[in-house]
Structure formats: C-alpha cells, structure tokens
Design a protein around this ligand. Structure first.
Ligand code: FAD
Ligand code: MLT
Ligand code: ZN
Length: 493
C-alpha cells in the first residue's frame, strides 16, 4: 500500500463526436458551445485557455467546451454525457493549483462562467445565494453596500468562482477569522452525474435532519457532481481594518509572536500570515505591492502580516499600537520593526506583497507547489530540509532549482512550500516526490491543506489518508457516479 506509484490514469471514455456536438448545440445557445468539431468548428486556439491550467503545468486536449447558462442546461448536458460515457471536467475560474480543472485527455469541459447571477440576499441574516459561476470578487463587491463581506478571500479572487471555491474547499486569507467553507456554506444545488438536480440550497443556519450531504461536495473537486448554486453565510463588514508587516530577526520568533499577538489583539485579530525572506524578495522583484524600506528589511529572516478587523477604529488602533510598543520595547524583542499601514492605499499595498507571492513565483519560473499542513514550529525545518535535499542532489543551481520559498497561513498551520525551477523536469520532480510527502507524513501532516488533490496528488493521498478512508471515498464515488464520468483521474488514486 505504501509503494510509490505515479502513473497516468488509463481513461476508458468515449471521445466527443460531431453527433454529440450537434446535440449540445440544440441544448445551449450558439455562443455557449465551443468545439473544434463540426458543426461548430471553433478554432483550436480559442479552446487553449480552457485546456491549460493557471500555472501552465497541466495540459488537456479537449475538443469541446460547454458554457451553460442554467441549471437545467447543465442537467441535460450531464445526462447526455452519462448515457454515452463521455467524461466531464467541471471548470470554474481555472485558478486551481493541482490540475483538477483541466482535462487529462479530451474530456468535455463544462465551464460554469456563464452562470453568474446572484439569486438572493437577506440583509438580516447575511445569507447570499448565488449561481456557482459567480466570481468571488463580484460577490464581495455586491455585498459592499449591504455592509457585509464574503467569509473567504484569496489572491485569485478576481477570477475564481464560488463553485470552484466550494469544490476545492478553498481556505485563503480569512479562514483564521471566519472558519472553513464546511461551516459557512449553508446549502448547495448540485447536478448529479446522471443529470438529476439535487436541491439542497438551504438558507437555514440549523438543520439536523440526518446526513449532511452537501458536505460531501465541499472539496470533492468536481468528482461527485456539478455545483450549480451556493448558499453561503456572509459576515458583517468590520467598521475598521488595519494591518502591519512585522519583520522578524529569526524564524523561531514566529510562534511566540503568534501567541503574544493573539493574547493582546484577541477578538480583533483577523489574519496572521507568514512570508519568508526569499518569498518577500520574489514578491518585490516582480512588482507585487510596494517594497518596504531597506532598513525595515535589513536583518529580517522572515515577515508576518497581521491584520485587525473590528468595530471601532480608536479602540482597534489603541490595541495595535500598544502591541507594537510592547513588542519593540521587550528585553529580547521578537521583532526588528513593524510597518503599520496609514491609509487604505498602504493597507492594500501590504496585502499585495502577501497575495502577490503566487504570481511572483510563477513569473520567476516553474513552480512545484506543496500546500501542506504541518506543525507551525516545523515550517522552517521543512523549507530548509527540502533546500538541503535539492542541494545534495546537485539541483540547486540557476538552470534547475532557482529558489525554495515558504509562506502561508500560520494561524491555520498551513505552509506553502514552493520550489521555483527554471523548467518542469522529471529529475526535479523525482527529487521532490515522494521526499516532500514522506516529510509531511513524518509530522502526521496533510499533503493538501487547502488546494485539493486534483491530478497532482492522487498518488500522494495515501500519505494523509489510511486505506479504510480511501476505500470509503471510492465507495462514495461509485455510489454517486457509477460510470465514473465526473472528473476522472482526479482526487482518487
Ligand atoms: P477551478 O480551478 O476552475 O477548479 C478547481 C476544481 O474545482 C477542479 O477540480 C474543478 O473540476 C472543480 N470545480 C470548479 N467549479 C466547479 C463546479 N461548479 N462544480 C463542481 N466542481 C467544480 N486556494 C486556497 O485555498 N487559498 C488561497 O489562498 C488561494 N490563493 C490562490 C491565489 C492565486 C493567485 C491562485 C492562482 C490560486 C489560489 N488558490 C488558493 C487556489 C484555488 O483553489 C482557488 O483559486 C479556487 O478555489 C479555485 O476556484 P476556481 O473557480 O478557479 O476553480
Ligand atoms: C496563497 O496562500 O497565497 C495561496 O494558497 C496560493 C499559493 O499557495 O501560492
Ligand atoms: Zn494559501
């Protein structure tokens, strides 16, 4: 069971034919069917953005992209595909980082981007019900005049969709304050793999009527059905928010700092994000946010971005200032310095450094991304051990591995270990895997904290899930999708 095996899944599905395309063209509006096949005959170049993932690491060869506008259309497409054993990849904003949203071979791409309407909003409860193709940022903007915010926020907010967020169980920058989507999603509407519409679009906060089926679709990465509608609890917008970038002389200070920050800021602490020195330098090099002054960076081994959100500006500022004073004046200060934002612009610029690391890493080279849950005390050891390991293999050089960086969500025990290479290569991959996964397992950690399994980690699932759990997952998959048409080759090994 522990044997390391990484093979390309064999796919036994029918390819789309001209007859299928003609049928899809009857179900959907003409602009909603893209296919290189007759009778539609779209140029292949127009399908490229759907076939390739955000990192340009995973490449599909689908001939057909369908962009339905209604749940009924989704249901009709899925029913037809199920009867003809045509495999489907549900796709949201295509910002996923594990290759789950693009085909492995030529599966039909079912892109939800045309389903982008807010269905309802209740200003008393804060419950918002939306089509799954609504872009996260558009939902946040919708809520602004109502003084609410979405309970999740990610660097990909301008493209990712709420259906994709739910399907990956995305974590992001607000999880520390608002918890995971398993708590804030109240209901879902899902088209099951045989085309049946499962209406669980509840707007109830409390509902203990047996098994909570919607939880299975949160994080299922499109393997159990297509999410078409989402009911989610938004949060009252804070009246005041501030942030401060703290520069730490050594990594070992992160944990005591986290304890002190939590103790002093208590209910107004809304984010505590970690950035190591190399990650910071890459962000700055690639123009993310505004660089700190040289004297603030000097001697810093890493940085922590702290955000406060609360009800009263004076109260929150007083707490934050008292915290900073006590940190600076301590006998053995945990920080070298803190850069406090003084305006909404500076607030966004500090956040842009942290949120922009993903883009900076991708601009710098080809990223091997390991999104892991491990004890916070071991973040640095894991980054250093991986770097040493690559060094010992002779791979730490400009034409192979350029950087090994760490950043992430300290408050959630989630490290993003990124290896930035000149090119993706089998040599680097085999140096990294299973090495990284075994390291994670030695800490009893998770090989996927928030990005999911996709196609990248199917062979690594065994490092975080035992055989009984994987067997149950398989049986659930077979129950929902006996023909295995829904996102084959993803999640399960
Ligand atoms: P896609 O990439 O299109 O799809 C992701 C998976 O969900 C695929 O398996 C797909 O088949 C499935 N899927 C999509 N829509 C549906 C649907 N309607 N029904 C069924 N299945 C569906 N993730 C985090 O957790 N935290 C972060 O902080 C974070 N930051 C990011 C920053 C950047 C710059 C980028 C590029 C990515 C980041 N991500 C982060 C990763 C990514 O998981 C999220 O961006 C997001 O949740 C994916 O949403 P999407 O709409 O792009 O989904
Ligand atoms: C983040 O926290 O920035 C995201 O999860 C994306 C990434 O890992 O790069
Ligand atoms: Zn993250």
């Amino acid at each position: 069971f522990k044997r390391w095996a990484h093979t390309t899944p064999t796919m036994n599905y029918r390819s789309v034919t001209e007859e299928d395309v003609a049928h899809f063209a009857k179900i959907l509006a003409p602009s909603s069917v893209l296919s290189t096949l007759a009778p539609v005959s779209t140029p292949a170049s127009e399908l490229s953005i759907y076939n390739n993932d955000w990192m340009n690491k995973y490449h599909g060869k689908s001939t057909t992209v369908l962009r339905p506008k209604t749940t009924k259309e989704v249901s009709e497409i899925v029913k037809w595909c199920n009867e003809r054993r045509i495999a489907i990849v549900p796709q949201g904003g295509n910002t996923g980082l594990v290759g789950g949203g693009v085909p492995i071979i030529d599966e039909v791409i079912l892109n939800l981007g045309n389903m982008n309407k807010i269905r309802s909003f209740d200003p008393v409860s804060g419950i918002i019900v939306a089509d799954s193709g609504c872009v996260l940022e558009a939902m946040s903007e919708y809520l602004v005049p109502h003084h609410y915010i979405m309970p999740l926020d990610l660097g990909a907010k301008g493209s990712c969709q709420i259906g994709g967020n739910v399907s990956t169980n995305a974590g992001g920058l607000r999880l520390l304050r608002y918890g995971s989507l398993h708590g804030s999603v109240l209901g879902l509407e899902v088209v099951l793999p045989d085309g049946t519409i499962l209406d669980q679009l509840s707007t109830l906060r409390k509902d203990n009527t047996g098994y909570d089926l919607k939880q299975l679709f949160i994080g299922a990465e499109g393997t159990l059905g297509v999410v078409t509608g989402v009911s989610i609890l938004s949060a009252p917008a804070p009246n005041a928010s501030s942030n401060v970038m703290l520069a730490l002389p050594k990594y070992e200070n992160v944990l005591p700092l986290f304890r002190e920050v939590k103790r002093q800021l208590s209910e107004i602490l809304s984010a505590f994000e970690f950035i190591d020195r190399r990650a910071y330098e890459l962000a700055v090099k690639h123009g993310q946010g505004r660089a700190l002054n040289d004297e603030d960076v000097e001697g810093a081994e890493c940085f922590v971005l702290v955000e406060t959100s609360g009800g009263k500006r004076e109260h929150d500022e007083e707490k934050l200032n008292t915290l900073l004073e006590s940190l600076m004046e301590a006998d053995e200060p945990l920080i070298n310095t803190g850069v406090l934002s003084q305006s909404p612009l500076q607030f966004s610029q500090l956040w842009a450094i942290r949120e922009g690391i993903t883009e900076a890493v991708s601009k710098e080279g080809k990223a091997y991304k390991y999104d892991i849950s491990i004890p916070v005390a071991s973040f640095k050891t894991v980054v250093d051990t991986t770097r040493d390991h690559l060094q010992s293999k002779g791979l730490l050089r400009d034409d192979a591995v350029k950087h090994v960086v760490g950043y992430g969500h300290v408050g959630d025990g989630n490290l993003h270990l990124n290896i930035v290479a000149a090119e993706y290569s089998p040599e680097i991959e085999s140096a990294l895997e299973p090495f990284v996964y075994e390291l994670v397992q030695s800490y009893k950690g998770s090989v996927s904290a928030e990005h999911g399994i996709g196609v990248m980690k199917t062979h690594a699932l065994q490092y975080s899930k035992n055989a009984t759990s994987i067997d149950l997952m398989r049986r659930i998959k077979t129950l929902f999708d006996p023909n295995g048409i829904m996102n084959p080759g993803k999640v399960l090994p």
